[in-house]
Design a binder for this molecule. Structure first.
Ligand SMILES: [Fe+2]
Length: 443
């Protein structure tokens, strides 16, 4: 019996119930709600020979960029191979093998080939989109989705997901009007689409319009918040708007009641926590030993993995903030090892991760000139270690604060001019501009 998914793609070893569960899990993954792992694992318990079920399970574990997900991905790929995978499924398995080996660029290249052949494989598209994000490939965040549109129509059930991915891609490419329209359309079609809410949140962040961002996220948390595996990141965006408006009490309230309320050990959540505490620290508002120690302890379990240097840089922020010099040195050693150990992370670590790590350590030790020197070199190529423009703004913020603390009036004048021009509604940017006059200038 040939069973197809609801996009018309043949699935080996599936029955009608497995196909239904696959669609449910995919829908959860697209919206980042519910528990797609539990959904697909329940289906696999009933139908162990369901190849695409194993493939989806592998991607779910491998897409978190966490070392502990790798053995699960390997086990799922082996289980998928026990059946007789078809051409599309074999292409997936080759892409998964590359993911397991850390060859993310190869994975994405293989998924692109798969998508040329099977443009309605939305799982391939979403995984490639995530790894475009992790690899900082802004153009493909937009255009890999666009290249598939010939095979889709607005009548398709998954149309909202194509819109939300396109929205985020347009935002990272700087087309904010288009990104906003696409994201708003996505959540109008599917109000639980967390990626759509998020894409438009980025638009408001990049336009430096925190009030609009708060109006977008705050009253709609009932859509993107409950039972979501992405809610922490959207709470982080909301806190970021409040930070821009100097509402530090609200930032800490959101930190304690949303961002860290569950003390999540999910790396994507821990990145947000580190980044928020570091931004507060840069402003001279240390969030206190208890918060730093909590997030540092959460990172410690992953300190030797060296799986993805973007994460490692954020772990380093937590160890620095917690005053754990032993862990700072160990994390820095992991970053330096990553720069030599192959895979996509090697290039990222060498070009971005290590210089960023060294800059953070220099900043903390009071070597502000050293921190500034490294950050100036790396910040405009930092897209190579992934994340969004909004996340990587932490490098610009660290640099400008290093210029200020180091008393480099000329550098501060240059950077403050840049920031106040690009973020005209930012009280922080204006404070940096005003601080220029307080520093002695070299003739
Ligand atoms: Fe974001």
């Amino acid at each position: 019996m040939t069973v197809k998914d609801s996009r018309g793609l043949v699935m080996t070893g599936a029955d009608a119930a497995a196909a239904e569960a696959f669609d449910k899990a995919l829908g959860e993954f697209q919206c980042y709600v519910g528990n797609p792992v539990a959904t697909i694992e329940a289906a696999l318990a009933e139908t162990p020979a369901f190849t695409m079920g194993h493939i989806l399970r592998a991607y779910l574990y491998l897409s978190g960029t966490e070392g502990p997900g790798i053995p699960v991905g390997r086990e799922s790929a082996a289980a998928a191979r026990k059946g007789q995978p078809n051409d599309r499924e074999r292409q997936h398995l080759a892409a998964i093998d590359a993911l397991i080996e850390g060859r993310w660029d190869d994975t994405v290249a293989m998924l692109e080939r798969l998508l040329v052949d099977y443009p309605r494989d939305i799982l391939a598209l979403q995984v490639a989109h995530l790894f475009d994000f992790y690899r900082g490939d802004a153009r493909n965040l937009r255009d890999r989705v666009v290249r598939r549109l010939h095979a889709w129509s607005p009548a398709d059930a998954n149309w909202h997901a194509l819109l939300s991915m396109q929205s985020f891609g347009n935002e990272e490419m700087g087309d904010y009007a288009r990104a906003q329209a696409l994201g708003e359309e996505a959540v109008a079609l599917q109000p639980r689409d967390g990626w759509g809410w998020h894409a438009v949140a980025h638009v408001h962040e990049m336009r430096n319009d925190p009030e609009a961002g708060i109006r977008w996220l705050e009253p709609n948390s009932g859509h993107w918040g409950p039972d979501s595996i992405f809610d922490v990141h959207n709470w982080w965006h909301l806190a970021l708007y409040h930070l821009e408006l100097d509402r530090l009490d609200e930032v800490l309230r959101l930190y304690d009641t949303q961002i860290r309320v569950e003390r999540s050990s999910v790396v994507l959540d821990m990145v947000d926590a580190s980044a928020m505490l570091w931004r507060l620290k840069l402003r001279g508002h240390d969030a206190g030993q208890a918060r730093w120690s909590e997030i540092a302890a959460a990172w410690e379990a992953l300190i030797d993995d060296g799986n993805y240097c973007f994460n490692d840089a954020h772990a380093l922020m937590a160890f620095i903030g917690a005053g754990r010099h032993d862990l700072v040195n160990r994390q820095l050693a992991t970053l330096r090892r990553s720069a030599q150990q192959g895979g996509s992370n090697e290039v990222m670590a060498r070009q971005v991760g290590v210089p960023v790590g060294e800059a953070l350590v220099a900043f903390e030790s009071g070597d502000f000139a050293g921190a500034a020197e490294r950050l100036q070199r790396v910040r405009t190529i930092a897209g190579r270690f992934g994340g969004s423009h909004a996340q990587r703004d932490i490098l610009d913020l660290t640099l400008i604060e290093a210029a200020k603390r180091g008393g480099d009036a000329q550098l501060l004048a240059a950077l403050a001019t840049e920031r106040v021009t690009n973020r005209p509604n930012s009280p922080l940017a204006r404070r940096y501009r005003d601080a220029v006059a307080t520093l002695p200038r070299v003739a």
